[in-house]
Design a protein around this ligand. Structure first.
Ligand SMILES: NC(=O)c1ccc[n+]([C@@H]2O[C@H](COP(=O)([O-])OP(=O)(O)OC[C@H]3O[C@@H](n4cnc5c(N)ncnc54)[C@H](O)[C@@H]3O)[C@@H](O)[C@H]2O)c1
Length: 340
């Protein structure tokens, strides 16, 4: 086999991005797309693939190797489990699931079926974050003393039926947005000794979260927000080591205030495959497909590590519920997070 037959489910904002990435990969063959909005799916794919409005029908009629899940988050767990049980490999957009309970159930399905499963934690494939990961793991700059991560955007208002705004469907700003940085932290540093968090809904679906985590005497913080005002998306970090500091701002990486050129920086040794490095979304898909073709597990983003990230997002939310009774505004639309 030199190409993987792909069924893509959900061709909204992120699904279309994945679709274009697949189309640019020689090892991928998108056979069919499933979306409840079939007309929109036909328009986006221009008649190039078969379109279905129902996942069960697509699974029944098509002969596929893998499913790429880009549906709203509340559908990830059930869709992924169904596809694994059908013997398919599954790439699933982040977050893996809405909570730890669902993640554990899905993890059991991955083990039971022995299929490849990977969550599309794209930040792990981004060069500035990979550079930071190497800097932390190599120890060449001394001990990491402090890591501060920020991720801010406007309230997401372009999704299907505005599902992002309902916390029971998206998990809210912690599970949906801050998860990118929480996953980095969990992947590189593991489980923190202590978590202390703050998470407040503001007006008109805005939401603000900040989590502090202690790893020994290393202090890490992840701040994320959805603002009701229109802002440009921002993702930044500052890492203070004993012997240097590295920061990422305005899309540029600096070591001790000197801009660092990452054009030749490569993740190939971590991935075990040569990817182009020009588009982290394409790279993550290429990596996953390469694992299928070579019969190896996608250990760079293991199912266990993605489940650990969900555990951390849950810890952050649990810690934050301590502040839930001191809202900034009254009549909040947000529901308080509860563990079931
Ligand atoms: N990695 C990233 O940087 C990143 C960025 C944005 C979104 N995401 C994730 O991608 C996922 C999708 O987000 P989005 O922004 O594309 O949302 P979206 O609303 O734009 O797209 C979701 C699509 O799923 C379709 N859909 C809904 N129910 C369906 C069903 N039962 N069967 C088939 N299709 C169905 C909708 O019609 C829509 O086209 C989410 O989990 C989100 O968290 C990841």
């Amino acid at each position: 086999m030199d190409k993987v037959r792909v069924g893509l489910v959900g061709i909204g904002g992120m699904g279309y991005n994945h679709y274009c990435c697949h189309k640019n990969l020689e090892t991928s063959d998108v056979v069919a797309v499933c979306d409840v909005r079939t007309d929109m799916a036909k328009e986006k794919t221009g008649g190039a693939v078969k379109i279905y409005g129902d996942l069960d029908e697509m699974l029944e009629k098509e002969s596929l190797d893998m499913i790429d899940i880009c549906t709203p988050t509340y559908l990830h767990a059930s869709m992924a489990e169904k596809c694994l049980e059908k013997g398919l490999h599954v790439l699933c957009e982040k977050p893996m699931t809405l909570d730890e309970k669902e993640a554990d159930k899905l993890l059991a399905a991955v083990k039971r079926t022995d299929r490849n499963f990977m969550v599309a934690h794209v930040v792990r494939f981004m060069k500035p974050y990979a550079y930071l990961r190497k800097a932390i793991k190599s120890g060449e700059n001394g001990k990491l003393l402090r890591l501060e991560m920020h991720r801010n955007s406007s309230v997401p208002l372009t999704s299907w039926q505005n599902w992002f705004l309902d916390e029971s469907l998206s998990g809210g700003v912690v599970t949906d947005l801050s998860i990118h940085d929480l996953d980095f932290v969990s992947h590189v540093l593991g489980k923190p000794d202590k978590v202390s968090a703050f998470w407040r809904p503001l007006k008109d679906n805005s939401s603000y979260s900040a989590a502090s985590m202690l790893y020994g005497d290393t202090l890490v913080s992840c701040e994320a927000s959805w603002y009701k005002v229109k802002i440009n998306f921002r993702a930044e970090f500052l890492a203070v080591f004993e012997n240097c500091f590295i920061d990422f701002k305005d899309g540029k990486l600096y070591k001790n205030n000197e801009e660092t050129d990452l054009s030749d920086f490569s993740l190939d040794d971590e991935l075990g495959v040569s990817v182009k490095g020009d588009n982290p979304y394409k790279d993550e898909i290429e990596y996953f497909i390469d694992c299928i073709l070579k019969g190896r597990k996608p250990v760079f983003v293991s199912p266990e590590s993605s489940a650990s990230t969900i555990r951390l997002t849950d810890l952050v939310k649990m810690s934050a519920t301590r502040f839930a009774n001191t809202p900034i505004v009254q009549n909040l639309s947000r529901k308080t997070f509860k563990r079931t």
